[in-house]
Design a protein around this ligand. Structure first.
Ligand code: 13P
Length: 345
């Protein structure tokens, strides 16, 4: 295992001002996105949509890497150029989602465990050969009455650690993603407690499996109030609690923490990112704090595109707008004035 190469890739993914675009929606998830804009979920439409994002000129100033879905890493653009080559020609690192999704955890109604370990070694080798240099595996924890259970946290942490060590063996930087879902009416203290407990268990499992932390990235949720909680905590409180949890649980050897947007409205995710970056600077955080947004970067361009080739320039403009704002936020330089200023361009 070449730890130096893994560490270099991990550092490049969290280079100053840059973060990751998560464009690895499974065909089922992208169907929900396309349904919302009345576009048919065909292979060609999925290709056209993603090619629109990947070819947006200037996005490479804000996006260091893109997480792809298995179909996309094999796809060619309209002119026959593989989408992986399009990304690489701009200096953007291709990544790949390798879990096969979450299934109900036996004996734990309402809880999920992520699958995909069977046959993972040859799949990772194939993805490396296709150009991927990092991977992603998402575990899902739900907050509710008596959940997440210890067993659910343990099962998901174990799977994340096995995935991470297999990824490193294949030369891919594992993005370790334990997402505590925002869904529910829970308060922010509960989210803080559950997120801290989860990360503690995840890092214990990574240690057990001998994962080289220098060659990994963490992709967590921000610590927030539940999406339907009354009196949701404001961004500065989100930032203090989020960074506190990491100070307690994430070793300094980890080069970067890249947040998912987790279904927050894009401006809310961006404002929280901004406050978290500022808090990180305030406490001299040892890791880069950046983004790996799916919906946070894509909601606006998706709604501008609407499946019509004539809308590609407008959709790319919308995408660049979100990229610029999220990059500013990652540097603690986001403001509502900037949001409006860029919207007016
Ligand atoms: P969201 O930013 O939309 O949560 O997506 C990020 C992701 O990759 C979830 O696995």
């Amino acid at each position: 295992m070449d730890i130096t190469a893994l560490a270099q890739t991990a550092q490049a993914l969290v280079a100053p001002a840059k973060g990751i675009l998560a464009a690895d929606e499974s065909s089922g998830t992208i169907k929900r996105r396309f349904d919302s804009i009345g576009v048919e979920n065909t292979e060609e439409n999925r290709r056209d949509y993603r090619e629109m994002l990947f070819s947006a000129e200037g996005a490479e100033n804000y996006v260091s890497g893109v997480i792809l879905y298995d179909e996309t890493i094999r796809q060619k653009g309209a002119d026959g150029t593989p989408l992986v080559d399009l990304l690489r020609s701009k200096g953007v690192i291709p990544g790949i989602k390798v879990d096969t999704g979450a299934t109900p955890l036996a004996g734990s109604p309402g809880e999920l465990v992520t699958e995909g370990l069977d046959g993972l070694r040859p799949r990772l080798e194939e993805h490396y050969a296709l150009g991927a240099r990092f991977a992603k595996w998402r575990a899902i924890l739900t907050i509710g009455d008596g959940v997440p259970s210890e067993k659910c946290v343990a099962a998901n942490a174990h799977a994340l650690a096995r995935y991470a060590s297999l990824s490193q063996e294949a030369g891919l930087v594992p993005i370790v993603e334990p997402e505590v879902l925002i869904d529910g009416a829970h308060d922010i203290e509960t989210d803080q407690r559950v997120t801290e407990r989860t990360l503690r268990e995840v890092y214990a499992a990574l240690a057990l499996f001998g994962v080289a932390l220098e060659g990994t990235l963490l992709k967590p949720n921000m610590v927030t109030s539940g999406s339907t909680a009354p009196n949701r905590a404001p961004a500065p409180e989100v930032a203090v609690r989020t960074v506190d949890v990491f100070l307690h649980t994430v070793p300094a050897a980890v080069p970067g923490i890249v947040f998912l947007s987790g279904g927050q409205p894009d401006d809310e995710a961006t404002l929280n990112m901004h406050e978290i970056a500022r808090r990180g600077a305030e406490v001299n955080a040892p890791w880069e704090l950046s983004y790996s947004f799916g919906r946070g970067l894509q909601a606006l361009p998706l709604n501008a595109w609407l499946g019509d080739a004539a809308n590609v320039p407008a959709a790319q403009k919308a995408y660049l707008h979100r990229c610029k704002l999220t990059s500013a936020a990652r540097q603690g330089a986001y403001s509502e004035a900037l949001e409006e200023e860029l919207a007016a361009v």
